[in-house]
Design a binder for this molecule. Structure first.
Ligand SMILES: [Zn+2]
Ligand SMILES: [Zn+2]
Length: 280
C-alpha cells in the first residue's frame, strides 16, 4: 500500500519529506512552485540536493508533483496558453532533476471554444511539452475532473482521446480523484457500482494507465459536477469506496494521496480513518 497525503513544502522542498514522515506516509504529493502565482523562486541546487537526500533517508516510496492552479493548457487566450506551457515545461524539468516520476495536471478549460477544440489544443500543448523535455522520464498524469464550468476530463472518453492523439502516449497516465469521478457521474458508493466504474475505466482507458489516486470524499451530490472535497467518510461517498480501493490488490502499488480540507489539523485523522479500513 502506498498511502499518504498532499503535504506542504513551506520552508523548503525537503520540508515535504519531514511533513510526510510525521504522517507516516508511504506516498506524498507536493507543489514545486507557488500554486497561485505565475512567477516563483526557482529552487537552488542546494534545495534540490537536500530534498533528494531527505527523500532517500525516508520511508517515503512514491512522490507526485501537482501542477500549479493557474495553468490552462487549453486556453484560447494566447498569453495564458504561453505562460501555462512555460510553467508545465519548467515543472517537468524540475521533476526530472528531483527524480520524481509523476506530474499530475488537469486537462484544462476550453472556456467558450468547445470541447473538440479544447481537446485538440490540449494534445498540441502536451506534444510540445514532451518534445521540449525529450529524454525526460516524467509521466504526465491527466487528472479526472469534476467537470465544473468548461473543464474537460470529466469523462473517461476525454482521457482516451487525449492519449490517442498523443505523439508520446508512453508518457501519459491517469490520476483518478474519487470525489471528482463521483460528482462527474461515475458512482462508486456500492460494491456493484465500484466494479462497474472500474470495469468502464478499464474498457475505455485501460487500468495499466492508472498511476495515482486522489482519495477525497465529496461534499457535493452525485452528478452535481461541483468540486468540493470532504473529510474521508463524512461526505456523500462514505467509507465503503475507500475500503474497496484500499483492499483492491490491483492498486496495491498505486500511490493514493488525500487532498482533504484543513491539511494541517486534519490529515492525521483522515489517514487514520483510511488505515483503519485496510484489512490485513
Ligand atoms: Zn488536481
Ligand atoms: Zn478537487
Amino acid at each position: 500500500m502506498l498511502l499518504g497525503a498532499h503535504v506542504s513544502t513551506a520552508g523548503g522542498l525537503y520540508k515535504s519529506i519531514e511533513n510526510g514522515e510525521k504522517l507516516e506516509c508511504e506516498a506524498i504529493q507536493i507543489f514545486v512552485k507557488s500554486p497561485n502565482r505565475w512567477v516563483s523562486k526557482e529552487p537552488t541546487e542546494d534545495d534540490t540536493n537536500r530534498f533528494k537526500e531527505s527523500w532517500q533517508a525516508s520511508a517515503i516510496q512514491s512522490i507526485l508533483i501537482h501542477d500549479i492552479h493557474l495553468t490552462n493548457l487549453t486556453s484560447p487566450k494566447p498569453d495564458v496558453l504561453e505562460s501555462s506551457r512555460d510553467q508545465v515545461r519548467s515543472q517537468l524539468q524540475l521533476a526530472d532533476v528531483l527524480g520524481i516520476p509523476y506530474f499530475v495536471t488537469h486537462m484544462g478549460a476550453h472556456l467558450d471554444a468547445g470541447e473538440d477544440e479544447g481537446l485538440r489544443l490540449l494534445s498540441e500543448s502536451l506534444n510540445l511539452m514532451f518534445e521540449q523535455t525529450a529524454g525526460g522520464e516524467v509521466m504526465v498524469l491527466l487528472e479526472t475532473t469534476a467537470g465544473q464550468g468548461s473543464n474537460m476530463g470529466y469523462t473517461f472518453e476525454h482521457l482516451r482521446r487525449t492519449i490517442d492523439n498523443s505523439k508520446y502516449p508512453e508518457r501519459l497516465g491517469v490520476c483518478l480523484d474519487t470525489c471528482h469521478v463521483f460528482v462527474a457521474g461515475y458512482d462508486i458508493r456500492t460494491e456493484d457500482a465500484y466494479h462497474e466504474t472500474f470495469d468502464e475505466f478499464d474498457r475505455v482507458i485501460g487500468l495499466d494507465r492508472l498511476r495515482a489516486f486522489h482519495l477525497n470524499d465529496a461534499k457535493a451530490e452525485y452528478q452535481s459536477r461541483k468540486d468540493r472535497h470532504e473529510h474521508i467518510g463524512e461526505g456523500n461517498l462514505g467509507e465503503l469506496p475507500f475500503r474497496l480501493l484500499l483492499n483492491d490488490s490491483r492498486f496495491a502499488d498505486v500511490p493514493m494521496v488525500i487532498e482533504t480540507p484543513k491539511m494541517e489539523e486534519m490529515h492525521a485523522t483522515n489517514l487514520s480513518v483510511l488505515r483503519s479500513l485496510i484489512e490485513s
